[in-house]
Design a protein around this ligand. Structure first.
Ligand code: HT9
Ligand code: FE2
Length: 374
């Protein structure tokens, strides 16, 4: 990998007095599943059949998603990483769709006297679902809590060497379990085509960022081994009504195509996700694996970053980078690929909600807008 500028060695968090981890949230017991799904899909036009089906995914894992435990583990890894360099910032955690709910966390932060916080979102790419919706949640929660701290969201980190590097290792590991000549299928969450078209400051940000990250992983593996492989970017977890076009191909259809082409095996690399949550353990490890087994296509799934030290150190570096930028300094902004480092503050027109004009920017209160179906 190219040599990157080393981040600012001074571990100065000024002007921040806290860090907030913001995530999706997930159910922890069977009775949580329906209310959780209602939270996720309120006003979003997801057909009832799809909800029943997704409910079954959760019930088949005892009604418990691993995502909250994974966030607890990430919080302790971050605590350790902060402590190593004497960074005594408190860490908070809030979710969009389940306890601890963001608004409650913000209330706690306010009561603790936090004035200015930086937020790490467990979503690495630009899109309405992966970025702006979280910013709307922050704006809504801030508006609901009197005296709430000011909160800045970290830049998108998918093309950061820490994130890419973590997938390089896990992809190499997955490939080591497969026959020679195996392909790589990079996988991410499908979104409506239209949501992609309007993602990022110039549109198509969701897909172009994924393509860029996939190309960097592929190039680094090729540099290491000299082996050229077939690679594709494919999608999982489609929902929404069938008449609305979402990004394709679906990972299962792609496995069929690979088998038909006589590919000897496939590494499935979930570059769209930061931990092995339900989309990964159900849609890939259960459903896609069953497809691969039916096709007698050897498949190995690469690990997500989770608490990989490269990923955890990256998050710490990004907190310090943003702090330096807010102090008016010009910190190094490590990034790989063709697209350049992510931007600190999203432009007001970045990643608009589908058919929901006038959504707010980072620190603005949410404009009242009718939630319509996608
Ligand atoms: C881009 C993206 C990410 C990655 C970025 C990020 O991480 O944020 C992501 C992550 C996740 N998605 C998750 C779960 C769900 N997503 C749903 C529905 C949807 N996701 C969408 C997009 C994304 N989703 C979209 C456009 C919809 C349609 C409805 C809408 O416009 O909102 C539904 C409804 C049922 C269904 O699947 O149809 C569920 C249950 C979980 C939790 C897993 C667990 O519990 O372990 C996680 C991490
Ligand atoms: Fe989702």
């Amino acid at each position: 990998m190219p040599v990157e500028p080393t981040p600012d060695p001074v571990f100065d968090p000024t002007p921040y007095d806290a860090v907030l981890l913001l995530s999706f949230g997930g159910p922890e017991k069977p009775a949580d599943v329906l209310p959780f799904l209602q939270n996720v899909t309120r006003g979003r036009g997801i057909p009832d059949e799809r909800l029943v089906e997704v409910g079954e995914h959760y019930y088949s894992f005892g009604g418990r998603s691993p995502i909250n435990d994974q966030n607890r583990e990430l919080l302790s890894a971050l605590r350790e990483s902060f402590d190593e360099v004497g960074l005594d910032l408190p860490l908070y955690w809030g979710n969009r769709n389940w306890e601890p709910y963001l608004t409650d966390t913000l209330r706690q932060m306010t009561a603790d006297g936090v004035r200015r916080a930086v937020v790490i979102v467990t979503s690495a790419y630009p899109s309405y679902s992966g970025c702006r919706q979280y910013r709307e949640n922050l704006a809504d929660a801030t508006a609901a809590v009197e005296g709430a701290p000011r909160i800045d969201k970290l830049r998108h980190y998918a093309n950061h060497p820490g994130f890419v590097g973590s997938f390089v290792e896990s992809t190499a590991e997955a490939l080591s379990k497969l026959p020679e000549g195996s392909a790589i299928a990079y996988v991410t969450h499908s979104i409506p085509n239209k949501m992609n078209e309007t993602s990022g400051p110039d549109g198509n940000g969701y897909v172009s960022w994924h393509q860029d990250v996939a190309a960097e992983i592929t190039a680094e593996l090729q540099r290491r081994t000299g082996v050229e492989r077939r690679t594709d970017l494919v999608y999982c977890s489609r929902s929404g009504p069938p008449q609305v076009p979402w990004l394709e191909p679906d990972v299962n259809d792609h496995l069929e195509a690979l088998a038909a082409d006589g590919v000897p095996g496939v590494a499935v690399v979930p570059i769209g996700f930061v931990s092995d949550h339900m989309e990964v353990i159900y849609d890939l490890d259960t459903e896609a694996l069953a497809t691969a087994e039916k096709l007698r296509l050897p498949m190995a799934r690469a690990a997500t970053p989770g608490t990989d030290p490269r990923f955890v150190t990256m998050l710490r570096d990004l907190v310090l980078e943003r702090a330096a930028a807010e102090r008016g300094e010009q910190p190094a902004r490590p990034c790989l690929g063709k697209l350049g480092p992510g931007w600190d503050d999203c432009r007001p027109d970045c990643c608009p909600a589908l058919r929901r004009p006038g959504a707010p920017t980072s620190n603005e209160p949410a404009a009242p807008a009718a939630k319509e179906s996608i």
